[in-house]
Design a protein around this ligand. Structure first.
Ligand SMILES: Nc1ncnc2c1ncn2[C@@H]1O[C@H](COP(=O)(O)OP(=O)(O)OP(=O)(O)O)[C@@H](O)[C@H]1O
Length: 240
């Protein structure tokens, strides 16, 4: 089933065209990497797809509904319950514990406490942070912060996870663990996964790679064989 459709999407900032007419569809369950040089508009695109920002022109359909036709309450509801975000810089609240950070989207939804704790424990165990739930983010490692952020992204059982350079602040070994966890949300939990990355090794874990260049989609590669995809990505990077 189609989860996102983008039609002639354009975005400008102060008269500068960053995205100049993108057209693509995303099916439920896909695992997509968005690549491209610094400043080409990857984060801008992710924010528009995640209904955090609006296009200047063109349409973004989320589960068949055009985003500009939705009222702000509907957009807030989708963002809270159907979309999970993971950021390079984690974006955890330092005044809350790991557990409270994870449960925050459920707290906003005024869910029953028992269900909140149950779901928090379930996801914390899945990513291996059940032993640090009472700690504050300032007292945990970068990898633990990102695991916390992934649990928070998953807690309301969204359809789609957007990850913007999720390993950008982590060493390569920790980064690999985080990528394994994110890939698992796609493979095991069936979440659609859309990741922004500069790293061809990370992109090769996806089954579709979209390249942005000069505000347009310059290339797109699909494939399910990781090593073959990695080779193709490296070849394309030489061309671009
Ligand atoms: N809110 C904003 N106001 C003005 N310009 C912006 C804004 N957000 C992004 N831009 C500009 O749009 C362009 C694309 O930015 P964006 O962050 O999407 O790029 P990116 O491909 O994610 O870059 P990077 O790989 O370096 O993170 C940049 O030139 C940036 O300065």
């Amino acid at each position: 089933m189609e989860i996102i459709k983008v039609v002639d999407l354009k975005k400008s900032f102060g008269g500068v065209d960053v995205l100049r007419g993108l057209n693509f569809r995303i099916e439920e369950g896909e695992r997509i990497a968005i690549m491209g040089n610094s400043g080409c508009g990857k984060t801008t695109l992710l924010k528009i797809l995640g209904l955090i920002d609006c296009s200047t022109y063109g349409e973004v359909y989320y589960k068949g509904k055009e985003s500009k036709s939705l009222c702000s309450d509907e957009i807030s509801e989708i963002r809270l319950n159907d979309i999970g975000f993971v950021f390079q810089e984690f974006r955890l609240l330092d005044s809350l514990t790991v557990q409270e950070n994870i449960m925050l989207p459920m707290i906003i939804n005024k869910e029953e406490e028992e269900i909140m704790f149950e779901k928090c424990n379930y996801y914390a165990k899945k990513v291996g942070i059940e032993h640090i739930l009472n700690k504050k983010p300032s007292n945990i490692s970068g990898g633990e912060k990102q695991r916390t952020a992934i649990c928070r992204a998953l807690i309301n059982d969204p359809s789609i996870i957007y990850a913007d350079e999720p390993t950008g602040n982590l060493d390569s070994k920790t980064g690999k663990t985080i990528i394994d966890i994110l890939i698992n949300t796609n493979v095991e939990l069936k979440k659609t996964l859309i990741m922004v990355t500069h790293d061809p090794a990370i992109a090769s874990y996806c089954n579709r790679v979209i390249w942005l260049k000069d505000g347009l989609i310059a290339h797109e590669i699909r494939g399910s064989h990781k090593d073959k995809l990695y080779g193709e990505i490296i070849e394309k990077m030489k061309e671009i």
